[in-house]
Design a protein around this ligand. Structure first.
Ligand code: ADP
Length: 449
């Protein structure tokens, strides 16, 4: 096992990893920008090192500075959290060259899954059902017309290098295709430096269902069921739950096994998420995330496992703690993402938190790096905390969410907490009867009301 791990991240996810390391008796090194000197992850780690100025590109994405930090502190492994360098194959390669272990999959697996066309092709070959679409990249508008006409509209033009909901444009009809095609290309070029796009059939009323997988890198893998993350705003998840309200045990078993077998087949190591759109009882693969997800706690809650500890163990060359038959679901868990944003427009709202009180009690987990007096810097993602509740079933989890939200106090900055109070009053949320567009439509209706 490692004796010291460096966490190449900030905020709640850095704390999450520090906590797992503490319990495993591993010393921790925090890295931080000059804007984060007073951040909680710096306070909680055993050691900390400043790696650059506020901008993420110069600090949390600064590979040479992170390598130096490992060398100065003697850290043997790096946990990347999510975002930043977590899906950067080049970073993994550089770590390897310096004999530092990356807590995650291999550079090759990250590369395969980071390119959405290669990812889809790999998954299709491994027997995972995919969204119908172009077999590869679509370089010209003429080809875009040809493929879309054959498939029928609506279609979605997607960036091969895309992520975070960027580089995706919908063409409802043939008339929209030219704008969607060039729009997706230029957005992708600007965001990812790559303008390759592909085309998929646009599913009109799907749910977002994702399967948590975990591999030991030696040909063994398990699945830990699914999460339903259908409540999204601008392709960003805001409310996630497990198990999925519309997934039967038989469906879970079938899609879970398909996913576990697929990653076992490629000797995948560590945690991964295979994302699907789900419509008319069918699953359609859209992408695989080769890292820990923001919403991993709902899976941890219902399976009673610590995914981060497992990641660390597997990276250290140890075996997984569980086999498929050891894994069973208990109860229902829901996570809501709390952002420092002003409603109704979700405008980022950094500033000083004057009061902070976290809810508690049975079945309540708060993952947050906030404290009273903390100043949220304007340079990073506006996620400031996650509230995760578990109940014996979905109604119990919803009741607990309402209770816990009522106890949560964050003063000094605007947050998205009122959104969740309002959502809990909605019959569709109470019954779980929504698709990925429901929240956008609901928000529009609130604005015009
Ligand atoms: P990103 O990597 O940018 O998050 P994804 O491929 O995971 O992109 O897609 C993000 C979201 O975009 C999905 O959750 C879904 O809401 C929507 N989406 C993507 N592909 C399709 C599709 N073929 N049909 C309908 N919606 C889609």
């Amino acid at each position: 096992m490692f004796s010291k791990v460096l966490i190449a991240n900030r905020g709640e996810i850095a704390l999450r990893v520090i906590r797992a390391c503490n319990e495993l008796g591993i010393k921790t090194v925090a890295v931080h920008s000059t804007a984060d000197s007073d951040a909680m992850h710096v306070r909680m780690a055993d050691e900390s090192i400043c790696i650059g100025p506020p901008a993420g590109a110069l600090s949390y994405l600064n590979v040479p500075a992170i390598i130096s930090a490992c060398e100065i502190t003697g850290a043997e492994a790096v946990h990347p959290g999510y975002g930043f360098l977590s899906e950067n194959a080049n970073f993994v390669q550089v770590l390897e060259d310096h004999d530092i272990k990356f807590i995650g999959p291999t550079a090759e697996h990250i590369r395969i899954m980071g390119d959405k066309i290669t990812a889809k092709e790999t998954m299709r070959n491994l027997g995972v059902p995919c969204v119908p679409g172009s077999p590869g990249g679509v370089p010209t508008l003429d080809e875009a017309y040809e493929i879309s006409d054959e498939m029928g509209f609506p279609v979605i033009v997607k960036a091969t290098a895309g992520g975070g909901g960027r580089g995706m444009k919908l063409a409802k009809t043939r008339e929209d295709l030219e704008d969607a095609f060039f729009g997706a290309r230029s957005e992708s070029k600007a965001a990812f430096g790559n303008d390759e796009v592909y085309i998929e059939k646009y599913l009109t009323l799907p749910r977002h269902i994702e399967v948590q997988v975990f591999g030991d890198g030696k040909g063994r893998a398990v699945h830990l069921g699914e999460r339903d993350c259908s409540l999204q705003r601008r392709h960003q998840k805001v409310f996630e739950e497990a198990p999925g309200p519309c997934i039967t045990p038989e469906m879970r078993e079938r899609i879970g096994k398909t996913c576990a077998d697929a990653v076992a087949n490629i000797n995948y190591a560590g945690a991964g998420t295979i994302e699907f759109l789900y419509e008319n009882d069918e699953f359609f693969f859209i992408e695989m995330n080769t890292r820990l997800q923001v919403e991993h706690p709902v899976t941890e809650a219902i399976f009673g496992v610590d995914l981060v500890k497992q990641q660390i163990r597997v990276a250290a060359g140890e075996d997984m703690w569980f086999k498929q038959e050891d894994l069973s679901i208990k109860g229902h868990a829901i996570e809501v993402r709390i952002n420092a944003e002003k409603l109704p427009n979700f405008t980022p709202c950094p500033g000083t938190v004057t009061q902070f009180h976290a809810p508690g009690g049975l079945g309540v987990r708060v993952d947050s790096a906030l404290y009273a007096g903390y100043t949220i810097p304007p340079y990073y993602d506006s996620l400031i905390g996650k509230l995760i509740v578990t109940g014996t079933n979905r109604p119990a989890a919803l009741a607990r969410l309402r209770r816990a939200l009522g106890e949560l106090v964050i003063e000094g900055v605007d947050t998205t907490i009122p959104l969740f109070h309002a959502l809990l009053d909605e019959p569709a949320v109470q019954t779980g009867d929504y698709d990925i567009h429901w929240l956008e439509h609901w928000l529009e209706a609130q604005e015009t009301a």
